[in-house]
Write a protein that binds this ligand. Structure first.
Ligand code: CP
Ligand code: NVA
Length: 308
């Protein structure tokens, strides 16, 4: 199996991958998970994170160790960035030390600036606009459960945030239908919806609605995320009543296909966007999904580093 096609490439948006490339990363992730394929890369990954993280930080770190490389944790608070060193200076210096850089920050434009000034691969480890690494693992989890994507529909409930933006693009790339149910004032960015529709063409459909029950009917994947993302904590309390109709609970799960799976990127606020029983119930694949962050990112790192 070749992983060289992404060598040197950035992943700033999931749309940076073609359908073939995305599916190759997912398949490589599954092969690495089963142990049928192993790659080595004695390289150095920098993790430059300006927001909290459990899964992304740990799964990237373990992935790099398992590849035989090392990780430098560059929490933005302990670098000169917090004292005002410009991105274009930091990026050119880190480029001279590191082999790959994963960045978690607020503005997509800051990530793009890093990618402009650093020649090494730059990976989006979450911005306000997108979370592509999460969707690599999500799609791997869908494929593990349904053996493919054809004829499947994913329904997302809640805030029109970074998570649903990457899901819109990911579903369009692999040809899955997607329903997005949000409150009226919290719809996804229309520019991302347009982009996803262009990618999907006539292979799959995109439905944006305010009707959670209609969105859930007969779907194969039910997905949610927090109602207030990192940086939106001030509005968390006022959002609760607005988002309540979009909670994933046992009644909503019953509307879906009997074999439907429930996903959540985590961290979850139990009994807000998802009930405890939906998280712990028989439809939940949330822990497999979290595990797949490790395999999907290991496959991505091997691919952009050109591991052997
Ligand atoms: N899902 C996810 O990215 O989790 P963390 O914020 O813990 O990294
Ligand atoms: N939408 C969430 C995702 C966390 C993984 C956030 O940005 O906080």
């Amino acid at each position: 199996m070749s992983v060289l096609s992404l060598k040197g490439r950035d992943l700033l948006s999931l749309a940076d991958l073609s359908q073939t490339e995305l599916e190759a990363v997912i398949d490589l992730a599954s092969s690495m998970k089963s142990g049928s394929v192993e790659f080595r890369s004695r390289k150095t990954l920098g993790l430059l994170f300006s927001k909290a993280s459990t899964r992304t930080r740990v799964s990237f770190s373990v992935a790099m160790y398992q590849l035989g490389g090392q990780v430098i944790d560059l929490n933005a608070n302990v670098t000169q960035i917090q004292r005002g060193e410009p991105v274009k200076d930091t990026a050119r210096v880190l480029d001279r030390y590191l082999d790959v850089l994963a960045i978690r920050t607020y503005a997509q434009s800051e990530l793009e600036d890093f990618a402009t000034y650093a020649e090494i691969p730059v990976i989006n480890a979450l911005t306000d606009l997108e979370h592509p690494c999460q969707v690599l693992a999500d799609l791997q989890t869908v494929k593990e459960n349904f053996n493919g994507f054809e004829g499947l529909t994913l329904a997302y409930f809640g805030d029109g945030n970074n998570m649903v933006h990457s899901l819109l693009i990911g579903c369009a790339l692999v040809g899955m239908n997607i329903h997005v149910a949000t409150p009226e004032d919290f719809q996804p960015d229309p520019a991302v919806v347009r982009q996803a529709k262009e990618i999907a063409g006539d292979r799959s459909s995109i439905l944006i609605t305010n009707d959670a029950n209609a969105a859930a009917t007969d779907v194969h994947v039910l997905y949610t995320d927090v109602w207030a993302s990192m940086g939106q904590e001030d509005s968390a309390t006022s959002r609760v009543p607005v988002f309540q109709p979009y909670q994933i609970n046992d009644e909503l799960v019953k509307r879906a296909d009997p074999e439907a799976i429930v996903l959540h990127c985590l961290p979850a606020h139990r009994d807000e966007e998802i009930t405890d029983s939906a998280m712990e119930g028989k439809h939940s694949r949330i822990w497999d999904q979290a595990e797949n962050r490790l395999h999907a990112q290991k496959a991505l790192l091997a691919s952009v580093l050109g591991a052997e």
